[in-house]
Design a protein around this ligand. Structure first.
Ligand code: COA
Length: 386
């Protein structure tokens, strides 16, 4: 059977960066609570002229520059921080990226899980028509109320993935374990720009979904635990993935060490929670940070509140390292502009769901920017800096 999976992936994040040490000091909290207790160092914060579309298109652009646009007949845009109730974020991205009009474009939503649904659907479409390619874009801005327990777990980022036959990076294996349960652990009502969350319940729902998905994975013939070499989980904060691996170890009776997933944390510690993109930012960090992956099987656990868990596996392709862009993400992180707490709080408070016409200030240095609303419609443009 032809291998199908991730041929290339690319990460983009936002213009600003907030230091959690500063946030802890201002909140009179021990900084170790954030750095060690949550496993987070900083989070990315979009400027007024950035959003999920600009980050998503910016993540996809280097992939198209490398591999061209031919044969991309599907664009899946996964997000839980959608910018319109009707029009897909993918439609804006499709236009900005100059993709072929002969394409299906759709947005997929189920909290942080949407990108995995998109990836699996893309794999299935390419399996049916191996000459086609699918572009999966996962892009999110995680926003919680100021001064709430969720505040230090905010973040912003996008990962784009090109799904093809005979992929250069990771073959996605066919067996998946699933667990769906209707749980009120996290949601965002239509009139809110921040999530409503029951933090304790969300951690419990995540871990229950993990064991449920694992059991289904094994029942369907998925690889036994001793044939899984690395672990890459959804990271609302990186400590959550440590809890996940510990739970999986208890559940299976296997001795699973955090060394299996340590390399997946590097980018999420910096960008914060990127919701749908988080698990694939973990994969990007693993591919960039672990030199010994060829032929290794990665166990993925994707979770989206509300709640879905999916456990699946991928095998890293021989020669994968030749197809990476070493240093690209590090440069992107380094380029972020630190923002003072006062300015961060003002920017946070200024986000509104209003559809009044407006013009945004020119701030971002990313390839695309959100220019504002005209005739109540969102306007995007290529920036002049690139
Ligand atoms: N040094 C080191 N660690 C410390 C510490 C210190 N001084 N003070 C506290 N900690 C640890 C706690 O022991 C805890 O770790 P543990 O869970 O391994 O025991 C961790 O820091 C968090 O502390 P806690 O008091 O539980 O934090 P909180 O109640 O303020 O909020 C969340 C934590 C996750 C509930 C909150 O950030 C949240 O709601 N996040 C959004 C929802 C989310 O991400 N859910 C995850 C599943 S999708």
């Amino acid at each position: 059977m032809t291998a199908i999976g991730i041929h290339d992936l690319s990460l983009a994040t936002a213009h600003h960066v907030v230091d959690l040490g500063d946030l802890a000091t201002a909140a009179d909290v021990d900084p170790a609570k954030y750095r060690v207790g949550l496993g987070q160092d900083r989070f990315s914060l979009p400027s007024a002229d950035e959003d999920i579309v600009t980050m998503g298109a910016s993540a996809a652009l280097p992939i198209l520059e490398r591999h061209g646009r031919d044969g991309i007949r599907t664009v899946f845009f996964a997000t839980e921080s959608g910018i319109d109730q009707s029009k897909s974020g993918g439609m804006f991205a499709h236009g900005l990226l100059g993709l072929d009009p002969r394409a299906r474009v759709v947005e997929i939503k189920q909290a942080c899980y949407g990108a995995t649904a998109a990836l699996q659907a893309a794999v299935a479409l390419v399996a049916r028509a191996p000459g086609e390619r699918a572009l999966v874009i996962a892009s999110d801005v995680a926003r919680y109320d100021l001064d709430s327990p969720g505040e230090p777990t905010q973040g912003a980022g996008a990962v784009a993935m090109l799904v093809t036959a005979d992929p250069a990076l990771v073959e996605i294996e066919p067996v998946s374990g699933l667990n769906a349960a209707d749980v009120d652990d996290f949601w965002r009502p239509n009139d809110r720009t921040t999530a409503v969350v029951d933090g304790g319940l969300s951690m419990k729902a995540y871990l229950d979904a993990l064991t449920g998905a694992w059991d289904d994975f094994r029942a369907r013939g998925g690889a036994p635990i001793d044939e899984i070499d690395r672990f890459c989980a959804h990271q609302p904060f990186t400590k959550m993935a440590r809890k996940a691996l510990a739970r999986l170890a208890r559940h299976t009776g296997a001795d699973l060490d955090d060394a299996m997933q340590e390399a997946t944390f590097a980018y999420n510690r910096e960008i914060g929670n990127a919701y749908t993109a988080s698990i694939y930012a973990g994969l990007a960090a693993l591919l960039d940070g672990d030199a010994d992956l060829a032929g290794r099987r990665i166990g993925f656990f994707s979770y989206g509140s509300g709640a879905i868990g999916e456990f699946f596996t991928g095998v890293v392709r021989p020669g994968y390292a030749d197809h990476l862009r070493p240093g690209a993400v590090a440069a992107e992180l380094e380029a972020r502009e630190p923002i003072s707490l006062a300015d961060y709080r003002a920017l946070h408070a200024a986000v509104s769901p209003s559809d009044e016409d407006s013009e945004t200030p020119r701030v971002t240095r990313a390839p695309f920017r959100f220019a504002g609303l005209r005739g109540r419609a969102r306007q995007y443009e290529r920036t002049e800096t690139r």
